[in-house]
Ligand binder design. Structure first.
Ligand code: HGY
Ligand code: MN
Ligand code: MN
Length: 431
């Protein structure tokens, strides 16, 4: 490529009027939310019919937006490539996940696919080619709702998919392998989803903040400094089932009562420590009945902190507390560690570029940590990584149907990505 970063007949043409990219992103997000497993709510879990429908819709939009190649890879990632204006170019990766939690919001994950798609659409419309490829990836599973796993899509892209997970079963007894085959995916070919790190400049992810920090400061955008570390446990308590009417209170070994104590203990241990958070999001008495003392109870524990040592100290105390509860109540327990992710720093140079872009868009530069996990954690060990957060409305609520954001902020997000890749392109030209 010679001269400036932009090439092609439309390169000097007028940009899309302010607001149009944001309107496109919001329209796409609304339409994508029509694919769901639960009428009246948005639920898209790995390999469901709604999941396949969402992937197909994204694929069609990528093709319509002017990506040169788009496909669904063996693990269900939707991958679109907008080629550089020169041969042998490296690639900049971006994206986020299109799966959702149960009854989730329509921007969590999806904004990070749709905003770059709108930006690529703009490049294509203008005939503007960069000095590197732009690859937008809609990751197939980040939330891990169906199989209690996480990063299924992104781990495959970085060549670290754990094949043992294929034998894991969902709540209905369907294995991941069976679910993938039924959805037309290819568990035996997951290795083909892996990309080459040597050809990769970096991975940048746009995501809604999922918290109130930007909203409270009246800021639309913020550059992420680091992603908090998390550990997730699935604990099964085994007590003794018995008759709810005839078993005297002092002789019971009620697994649900032990779980209730555990939940309150997690709350007490994590409250008051800055940055430390603990949640028991799953609390079940499998096969429970109204007139039976629960003999079994399953509890999940999710503990996160910006500092892994703070998180691990809390987990050690929670474990000791659980042992005491179990001994006092005469119940047993098993603990399965289903996730361990260390606190993840971003690449300073890629973060600085987000701050430059925020300034160029007339916004005050601002940095904040991420309390939520993201596909970016998985990509961080593979290539330089950075993230841009976009303001959430409604007090910052997310993982909820009340999650919201504005079209103006979606427009800024798409324009931020456009500005970002023009910068990375100029840098690439100078290599
Ligand atoms: O749970 C999380 O942090 C993410 O939203 N998956
Ligand atoms: Mn989420
Ligand atoms: Mn997310």
């Amino acid at each position: 490529m010679s001269g400036g970063h932009a090439t092609g007949p439309g390169a000097q043409g007028a940009g899309t009027p302010p607001g149009e990219l944001g309107a496109r992103v919001m329209g796409w997000a609304d339409e994508l939310a029509g694919a769901t497993e639960t009428p009246g709510a948005l639920t898209v879990t790995f390999c469901s019919e709604a999941h396949a429908a969402a992937a197909g819709t994204l694929l069609g939009w990528m093709r319509d937006s002017g990506f040169d190649e788009a496909h669904i890879d063996p693990v269900g990632n939707v991958v679109g490539r907008y080629r550089a204006g020169r041969a042998g170019a490296r690639q900049l990766l971006t994206g986020s996940h299109y799966d959702t939690v149960r009854d989730g919001g329509r921007y969590d994950g999806r904004l990070g696919i749709l905003a770059p798609m709108a930006a690529v659409g703009e490049l294509s419309r203008r005939g503007e080619r960069l000095a590197h490829d732009v690859v937008v990836i809609g990751f197939s599973d980040e939330e891990g709702v169906r199989f209690g796993s996480t990063f299924l899509g992104s781990s495959a892209v970085v060549g670290r998919f754990d094949r043992r997970l294929l034998e894991r079963r969902d709540g209905s007894g369907v294995s991941m392998r069976e679910a993938m085959l039924a959805a037309g995916l290819s568990p035996e070919r997951i290795g083909e989803a892996a990309m080459s790190a040597t050809d990769t400049i970096g991975y940048v992810e746009i995501h809604i903040e999922q918290g109130p920090v930007l909203l409270e400061r009246r800021l639309a955008l913020g550059a992420v400094t680091a992603i908090n570390g998390a550990v997730r446990l699935m604990i099964e308590l085994h007590g003794e089932s018995g008759h709810a009417g005839t078993t005297p209170m002092p002789v019971r070994h009620d697994a649900a009562c032990a779980a209730a104590e555990l939940v309150l203990q997690v709350e007490a241990r994590c409250a008051g420590v800055p940055g430390l958070v603990g949640t028991c999001g799953i609390l079940e008495t499998p096969g429970g009945s109204v007139n039976v003392i629960p003999g079994r109870c399953r509890v999940s524990v999710d503990v996160r902190a910006p500092d892994d040592a703070v998180r691990d100290a809390a987990l050690a105390d929670i474990r000791a507390g659980l042992e005491a509860i179990a001994a006092r109540r005469g119940v047993r327990f098993d603990v399965e560690r289903i996730l361990e992710a260390g606190a993840t720093a971003v690449d300073p140079a890629l973060k600085a570029l987000w701050l430059d872009v925020i300034r160029e868009l007339g916004q005050p530069p601002f940095e904040l940590a991420s309390g939520a996990g993201h596909d970016a954690i998985c990509l961080a060990g593979f290539c330089p990584m950075a993230m841009l957060f976009v303001r959430c409305g409604n007090g910052g609520v997310s993982h909820s149907p009340d999650e919201t954001m504005t079209a103006e902020d979606a427009d800024l997000a798409a324009r931020a990505f456009l500005a970002y890749v023009r910068h990375t392109s100029r840098r690439e030209e100078g290599r």
